[in-house]
Design a protein around this ligand. Structure first.
Ligand code: GSH
Length: 391
């Protein structure tokens, strides 16, 4: 028997939940270690140049950081027969869109419901964070690490657009999302039908660690969207866990189709997230226009730990919202466009009409003058190209 994979993360971490659900759904033999484990500092950090989770270490010692790369690597090497990437063109492109929205678009409610309800959440979070970050440390060490880590994450809420005046709208928007996802799950155990795809795994990031597990929002999910709560449970099992659907075929929706409840969720993504995604593309293109000295392959922002490239403002629910510019999103949008580009012309027309119905089709065309790619576990600038900006 070969050694298991080693998976570094922690219970409270958003992106850890995304890749963990993949490991579990695929029945991959792995052990999980917290990032406070001294082996993370000794073996992982020197390779990846920053503290970030999750990270996968393969039995032969290879290190893979970033949930997209972890899932893609395992999908190609361990699980090609049960791939989380749909084989058909519409489903595949929609899965990439859901991956973008799940991993990035749901950060705002996740951050708000974690960090703005101290009366209910904070004692749990303090213990939970220190379990993952401090390995067998004293109470004083735990308290110090919690102060540092929680201070950093709390200030990041602002970077994701949480502000006092927008909180009522953020909550309204999240409840709408829960209602739409819950309605979709009434007839389907996963986003694209009978099995989990990369879209489900990305949704697990915000929906598990923060929105289903932190005390305050977990009650909201259980009371308002019990099917979403069940989906979260299901995503953490290695079997189907679809009893309430009867004998459900483990297949995606027939004929590459998008049922009405999924179309409604896509329309929600169009209304809630499209302007933000476009603002990110434009801001990255502006940044590159102002920095013509950037070269292909250069680490974005000079250091892997620098995740933001300034701030940008766009209109959200008819109010201005200011958020951090996140170059990593260019990596995800490129994958969406690559999936579209790989499709045959007739399939491209079908993809475009599904996205058009949701007001999302320009995401198939807009691009900054350089994409963001990943190399050696870092985000790097791609080749220079002709930008396509909104008209
Ligand atoms: N793009 C990365 C994001 C990973 C990420 O942001 N992880 C968070 C925890 S959920 C983290 O390590 N944050 C630490 C930090 O930014 O200092 C992925 O998909 O894996």
């Amino acid at each position: 028997m070969s050694d298991p994979y080693v998976f570094y993360g922690m219970a409270a971490s958003l992106y850890t939940a995304k890749a963990r659900s993949y490991l579990r759904k695929q029945g991959i033999d792995y052990v999980e270690r917290v990032v406070g484990d001294p082996r993370y500092a000794a073996e992982i950090m020197p390779e990846i140049g920053r503290l970030i989770m999750p990270v996968l270490q393969t039995p032969d010692g290879r290190i893979v950081q970033d949930t997209v790369d972890i899932i893609e690597f395992l999908d190609a090497t361990v699980a090609p027969d049960s791939s989380a990437f749909p084989a058909t063109p519409v489903h595949r492109t929609v899965a990439h869109l859901l991956e973008l929205f799940g991993g990035e678009g749901l950060l705002r409610p996740a951050m708000h419901y974690r960090w703005d309800f101290d009366g209910t959440n904070v004692d749990f979070l303090a213990k939970d964070f220190s379990l993952g970050l401090v390995f067998r440390g004293s109470d004083d060490e735990r308290a110090a690490v919690w102060e540092m880590a929680s201070g950093k994450m709390r200030s990041a809420t602002v970077a994701f657009g949480v502000s006092d005046e927008l909180i009522p709208a953020i909550e309204e928007s999240y409840l709408e999302f829960l209602a739409l996802f819950d309605a979709h799950l009434a007839h389907s155990p996963y986003l694209l039908g009978g099995r989990a795809t990369i879209g489900d795994h990305a949704f697990m990031g915000p929906l598990f660690a923060h929105l289903a597990r932190d005390p305050y929002p977990s009650v909201i999910m259980k009371q308002r969207a019990d099917r979403v709560w069940r989906w979260v449970e299901r995503m953490n099992t290695s079997n189907d866990d679809t009893g309430e659907y009867g004998d459900h075929p483990g297949e995606l929706f027939a004929d590459d189709s998008v049922p009405d409840t999924l179309a409604a969720l896509l329309a929600y993504i169009g209304a809630e997230y499209f302007d933000e995604a476009v603002a990110q593309i434009v801001a990255i293109d502006d940044h590159l226009a102002e920095h013509p000295d950037v070269v292909t392959g250069e680490v974005v922002n000079g250091k892997p730990a620098r995740r933001f490239t300034g701030m940008t403002t766009f209109s959200w629910r008819e109010r201005p919202m200011t958020v951090a510019v996140v170059p990593y999103r260019m990596f995800l949008i490129k994958r969406l466009q690559d999936s579209f580009a790989d499709a045959a012309p007739a399939d491209q027309r079908r993809i475009r009409s599904v996205l058009e119905a949701a007001g999302l089709d320009p995401l198939l065309d807009l691009r900054p003058r350089r994409w963001v790619e990943r190399s050696n576990n870092r985000e790097v600038w791609g080749e220079l190209q002709e930008p396509v900006r909104p008209t």
